[in-house]
Design a binder for this molecule. Structure first.
Ligand code: ZN
Length: 255
């Protein structure tokens, strides 16, 4: 049976997500920004929380763990490199580890750059990836603890997943991301189509995610640092992709 998902807003612009295995009844929260919206999502779905899968240590992804674990006694899975900064961890994972939610299995991808130990959870059979604050819809996370080279390598790792993989990310930043992306590639038609679609979704009060790897390859400037037109648009024609990525990221920080 296919995995089911439930997406909802937490805090100001964070996304919370539940992943449910109908065969076993197991349910994971991907990150725990705050307890109350996760409890509300559990209530509305009648799912029982068994696991919390943490992508990275930032408080807006971990602030709800203690309260949820106290109530549900769920397992907390976290990146090995950041376990000391995350409360009540039961199990640590790293590149190549597998973690199961009931009968649904995820491969762990280390995707550092935003934080040094950031991981993504790739549920290959269900074609889902939970990318935390590494890859956003038409954007990417700030490079806080790592280097641009490290972040570019992480984004390429995600870009190499099958094109129809659905991407769940940690924040609703899509409209602002599109505005910025249009300054880099004003003539990108896929990006123009995403702008229209996102405006429609936001006007209807709907989330702009999940997106897919193929959609991001076409419109996300941070996944397109090795496209000659992107390099040229930031004055770095012929330069290494990591350098182009660093320049695009620096411009977004100033945008
Ligand atoms: Zn973060």
């Amino acid at each position: 049976m296919a995995a089911r998902t439930q997406l909802f807003l937490c805090l100001k612009d964070n996304y919370g997500a539940l992943l449910h295995d109908p065969a076993s009844g197991a349910t994971a929260a991907i990150d725990a920004p705050e307890a109350a919206p996760i409890e509300a999502a559990l209530k509305s779905t009648c799912w029982k929380l068994t696991d919390i899968l943490v992508t990275h240590h930032h408080h807006d992804h971990t602030g709800g763990i203690a309260e949820l674990k106290g109530r549900h006694h769920c397992r907390v899975v976290a990146p090995a490199g950041e376990a000391a900064k995350i409360p009540l961890v039961d199990e640590t994972v790293r590149e190549g580890s597998k973690v199961s939610v009931g009968k649904i299995e995820a491969n762990i991808l280390e995707t550092p750059g935003h934080t040094a130990g950031h991981i993504s959870y790739w549920f290959h059979a269900d074609k889902l990836v939970f990318a935390g604050d590494t890859l956003f819809s038409v954007g990417c996370g700030r490079v806080i603890e790592g280097t641009p080279e490290m972040m570019w390598a992480s984004l390429k790792k995600l870009r190499d997943l099958p094109g129809d993989t659905r991407i769940y990310c940690g924040h609703e930043y899509t409209l602002a991301n599109i505005k910025f992306a249009q300054t880099i590639e004003p003539g990108n038609r896929a990006l123009a189509a995403r702008a229209e679609e996102a405006a429609r979704q936001m006007a209807a009060g709907k989330p702009t995610i999940p997106t897919t790897i193929d959609e991001e390859k076409a419109a996300n400037p941070f996944l397109r640092a090795d496209v000659p037109a992107v390099a040229a648009s930031v004055g770095l024609a012929g330069k290494p992709a990591a350098q182009v990525f660093a320049e695009v990221r620096a411009r977004k920080n100033r945008f």
